[in-house]
Design a protein around this ligand. Structure first.
Ligand SMILES: Cc1ncc(COP(=O)(O)O)c(C=O)c1O
Length: 375
């Protein structure tokens, strides 16, 4: 059996161990400490966001963002349909109603025109949505400037789900700095990892202070344990932040490496007529967290994304269909959705190829050779 090629596996640099040793040497083995503060500072410097709170996951960050926007039972929250379920689950945690919006073809993210149609329709039906969750899927920036303009026009706050897009920019500005608040993820499969972790970033200090407060069980300023509101145990541990500080040192290199993986596939597969790539629109820069291709089975002797996925699997290579849209998920299918027919064929024809920054040329060649054999 050939060695396993993962879709996206952790890729440590040189300094993570030294930072973890510092946590042990100083006995800061807690969900707070100097490395958490240092990691937050690293994130602020890298993204250009004024404030960051390091948390236990990206999902926790999104949950807190919605809590701070006072989302309650029965409120409506707009969410991109083509995404991972973690973008929508926190809406359900609060008993609120997700309203799903389909994609546009240039970035595969939320379609601004459909967003505006949906907002107008929800208002007509008697309820203005209380927030918009837009995702930068696979690292590709959404049409965020247009979406923010629509949010401003209707007075609806934007939360960016930049879980997959640390390092991506629009006109030189980091994604995650356009919305009122944004979330990042450092899960094991992300461009950098803290093994598990996330962050909330914002230019508004009050949200970040409040997030830190809520994430540590909402403990009031009193020597005894006193609580005036419901809290959560969502803070990042100092040990995880130690890994994160090491990873931040190699993030620029990781972005280059992921983009090189994309270029490799593009150079070696684009001559196949039924294989399509997602180019960056003008002004957009993607961290290329995952390279996804579309396989048009009508152009290529019936070969589809599943044929290719299975033959990669046979050779011990992990690949994965695109996210199944939320409006097609059994758990979310009965919620309102505004659909233009873009995301469903993306799901049917799209395949994420191994994209880790630690892949060697020989690994990429193995993937390419198997795909080419089908044509
Ligand atoms: C688009 C998206 N949103 C949210 C999350 C949730 O992040 P986490 O796994 O850190 O909770 C992830 C990744 O897992 C994601 O891919």
């Amino acid at each position: 059996m050939n060695p396993k090629i993962w879709l996206s596996s952790p890729h440590m640099g040189q300094q993570e161990f030294a930072f973890v040793k510092e946590a042990f040497d100083t006995n800061w083995i807690a969900p707070l400490g100097p490395l958490v503060n240092g990691f937050e500072n690293d994130l602020e410097l890298f993204t250009g966001s004024k404030y960051a709170a390091a948390l236990s996951s990206g999902t926790a960050a999104l949950h807190l963002a919605l809590v701070m926007l006072d989302i309650k039972m029965g409120d409506e929250v707009i969410c991109q349909t083509l995404t991972f379920s973690a973008s929508a689950n926190p809406i359900a945690y609060l008993g609120a109603i997700p309203i799903f919006i389909d994609s546009e073809p240039e970035t595969w993210n939320m379609c601004p025109d459909l967003l505006e149609t949906a907002i107008k329709d929800r208002i007509l039906k008697g309820k203005k949505p209380k927030a918009i969750i837009v995702v930068h899927i696979y690292g590709m920036p959404a049409k965020i400037e247009e979406i923010v303009a629509i949010g401003d026009k209707y007075g609806i706050p934007i939360i960016e789900d930049a879980a997959e897009a640390l390092g991506s920019t629009v006109n030189g500005r980091s994604v995650g700095t356009f919305g009122l608040m944004s979330i990042l993820s450092f899960n094991g499969n992300k461009i950098i990892t803290t093994s598990g972790g996330g962050a909330l970033i914002s230019d508004d200090e009050k949200f970040i202070c409040q997030a830190r407060f809520l994430a540590t069980q909402a403990r009031d300023a009193a020597v005894h344990y006193q609580h005036s509101q419901i809290g959560y145990n969502y803070r990042m541990s100092n040990v995880c932040a130690a890994i994160g500080r090491g990873q931040m040192q190699v993030l620029p290199e990781r972005i280059k490496q992921r983009r090189r993986v994309y270029e490799y596939y593009l150079e070696n597969l684009s001559e196949i007529p039924c294989v399509d790539f997602l180019p960056e629109p003008d002004g957009s820069f993607s961290n290329r967290w995952l390279t996804a291709v579309l396989i048009d089975s009508s152009k290529g002797n019936g070969v589809n994304r599943e044929t290719i996925r299975l033959s990669l699997e046979k050779d011990n290579i992990e690949s994965r269909p695109l996210w199944k849209p939320m409006h097609l998920q059994p758990v979310f299918k009965d919620y309102p959705s505004y659909i233009n027919g873009i995301s469903e064929p993306l799901f049917n024809n799209g395949l994420c190829l191994p994209s880790g920054s630690n892949l060697k040329d020989e690994d990429l060649k193995r993937v390419v050779d198997i795909i080419k054999k089908h044509f």
